[in-house]
Ligand binder design. Structure first.
Ligand code: AGP
Length: 610
């Protein structure tokens, strides 16, 4: 979704803003722009399309200046064109502002401001903020006071950064519901919507919290509450390496992240498995573990891919821990008045830690007095900060919009939690040791599947022109079918649906013909025979079958048109190996269809609006 970067210091701002926006491209956007302050006042340039459209501005001598703000916009109010792109200005043209989030009462505010004589240029909710702040400046307020007072009238979410030609030595930023982080350099500061644009300059950062306003001068940063009280903030060190946010020789971030999985899985499990005792250690939940162990029920809530990981968690927890589990879309959970209480424990799962619906679900659960745990990847993210306890994925930054390595790390964390809780409640030490041993073998098994990528590529070429796909699986592989279908839709724009295989007979079977490839996840597990029958049913109707099967399974060769083998593992860990060929299949089909894989149309990496 939208991205923000701001700079104040001694270097030319435009190249820093441009490169910073590049680092935010992965979030998804449809227009970009920036504003700089110099001795001639405020200069603004913005254009629809990709950031590369702004490249010529790097040599524009009118844009010198050491203070500036930049933005990538993902359209919500008004189509993606030049006028609606950020930065926006007030009537005087002396104030420039970039904003992430949604101003819910913009319509009423806009009407009021128009009545007071303000002239609006764009259709955006954001422009309202510029005129609102201008109104306070007209009464003699400083920029900072105008921002604080103006925000008192605003309903909605914002991460905003504003500069003014009348106060050319400062940047004002404010946060409510949309993240902002300050980077502390030597005699320079940056501010951005995530750490990606900062780490080329500094690893010292300060995360703003909701309701805070930052005043950045050349040489000092002050953080205040919206009602003008100084807030003491700490400087944290982010350990992200610049190589982690670069492609490292791969054609796309998505492929890099798929290929990284043996390593990211190792990173996720590092130090957490205890072979001797056949159990696990998760420092982030240790002191609150009793609330999980004695919960009457667990509610796992998330969106998209993270929700699919949650479904796998449900299967694991119910089978091996023996606690009833429900998995809820965060977007439904937040509005449907769920029955919770102090004996229900909520686990929110999120890669980004910033998904608006998941955050709202967390707040709703806390309101209803449930303990809330988080499983997330981004250290210091809103979800990490708002949950009572949690587990980090340690998968490293995920840049590709289509989530891959975060999914496998989420499933792995859920399996480690299952082991830890299961060992207290139901599992023997022998069974615990078996699980530990098998978890440790997973990175090697994932490597084996990745080595086979040329075969998956050849299958992708064969099927690249299909218009629909069906993905079917049972048991632990049912959520994998959903996830495989989601990956294909997201990046290749081919319609794909995932179903529990037995549900096919209740409707989707009507779709089966030569033009409807069916991907079966058919590993040799407790439901293997059942799934073979489902494959027969598809073949009987001339359907084309791609099967993901267990190594050594000769039987399936006779039925399926294409077979991709994966190594055998225990049933609960199957998704960690079966998802890999499906990620590769989606990736290569999208490559053959020449799709924009890392920035698929209409999608954003972290969905920070409803
Ligand atoms: C995954 O490929 C998607 N881009 C999307 O479904 C994503 O998983 C969802 O928006 C949730 O994001 P989160 O994990 O960052 O909360």
């Amino acid at each position: 979704m939208c991205g923000i970067v701001g700079y104040i210091g001694y270097q030319a701002a435009v190249p820093i803003l441009f490169n910073g926006l590049r680092r935010l491209e992965y979030r998804g956007y449809d227009s970009a722009g920036f504003a700089v302050l110099n001795s001639h006042g405020l200069k603004i340039r913005k254009r629809p399309g990709k950031i590369s459209q702004l490249k010529d501005l790097l040599n524009d001598t009118a844009l010198t200046g050491t203070i500036g703000i930049g933005h990538t916009r993902w359209a919500t109010h008004g189509e993606p064109n030049q006028v609606n792109a950020h930065p926006h200005t007030d009537c005087s043209g002396r104030l420039a502002l970039v904003h992430n989030g949604i101003i819910e009462n913009y319509s009423a505010l806009r009407k009021d401001l128009i009545a007071k004589g303000h002239v609006f240029k764009s259709e955006t909710d954001t422009e309202t903020l510029c005129h609102l702040f201008e109104e306070y400046i007209k009464t003699g307020c400083s920029l900072e006071a105008a921002v604080r007072k103006g925000l008192g009238q605003v309903v909605g979410t914002y991460g905003l950064v504003v500069i003014s030609a009348d106060e050319p030595d400062c940047i004002i930023a404010a946060r409510k519901g949309s993240p902002l982080v300050i980077g502390h350099g030597k005699n320079e500061y940056l501010i951005a919507s995530d750490t990606a644009p900062l780490i080329a300059h500094t690893s010292d950062v300060t995360f703003l919290d909701d309701g805070e306003v930052a005043i950045l001068h050349n040489g000092s940063v002050v953080v205040k509450s919206i009602d003008d009280r100084i807030v003491e903030k700490c400087v944290e060190v982010v350990d992200t390496d610049i190589s982690q946010i670069e492609k490292g020789g791969y054609a796309h971030f998505m492929l890099k992240e798929i290929m990284e999985q043996p390593q990211t899985l190792m990173d996720t499990m590092r130090g957490r498995l205890l072979m001797e005792e056949g159990t696990a250690r998760l420092g982030g939940i240790q002191k609150d573990i009793d609330s999980l162990l004695f919960a009457r029920r667990l509610v796992l809530t998330a969106c998209g891919t993270s929700w699919h990981a949650g479904l796998i968690g449900e299967y694991m927890f119910e089978e091996l821990v023996g606690i009833p589990v429900e998995v809820e879309y965060a977007s439904e959970f937040r509005y449907r008045d769920p029955i919770l209480g102090s004996d229900s424990v909520v686990i929110a799962i999120s890669q980004s830690g910033e998904t608006a619906d998941t955050l709202a679900a967390i707040r709703e659960a806390k309101r209803k007095r449930s303990k809330v745990f988080g499983i997330c990847n981004v250290v210091g993210s809103s979800i990490a900060r708002e949950t009572d306890a949690g587990v980090y994925l340690h998968a490293g930054p995920e840049i590709g919009v289509a989530s891959t390595k975060a999914f496998t790390s989420q499933v792995l964390v859920l399996s480690i939690m299952t082991l830890l809780l299961g060992r207290v409640r139901t599992l023997s030490s022998i069974r615990g040791r078996e699980i530990v041993q098998e978890i440790k073998r997973i990175p090697e098994k994932v490597s084996q599947v990745l080595e086979n990528r040329e075969q998956v590529k050849a299958i992708a070429e064969e099927y690249k022109d299909m218009r629909n796909f069906l993905y079917l699986g049972r048991g632990y592989n049912f959520p994998v079918a959903l996830e495989g279908a989601l990956k294909l839709k997201e990046i290749s724009y081919i319609h794909a649906e995932g179903y529990p295989a037995a549900e096919m007979k209740h409707g989707p079977i009507a779709l089966i013909d030569k033009a409807m490839p069916v991907v079966f996840i058919a590993t040799q597990d407790s439901v293997y025979d059942k799934i073979l029958s489902n494959i027969e049913e598809v073949k009987a109707r001339q359907g084309r079958v791609i099967a993901i099967a267990t190594e050594g399974d000769a039987e399936i060769q006779k039925l399926a048109d294409n077979v991709i083998y994966v190594p055998k593992t225990i049933e609960m860990l199957n998704p960690l190996v079966t998802i890999i060929p499906l990620q590769l299949l989606a990736y290569y089909i999208a490559v053959f269809r020449k799709c924009d894989i890392d920035q698929p149309r209409n999608l954003a990496k972290s969905v920070t609006v409803e």
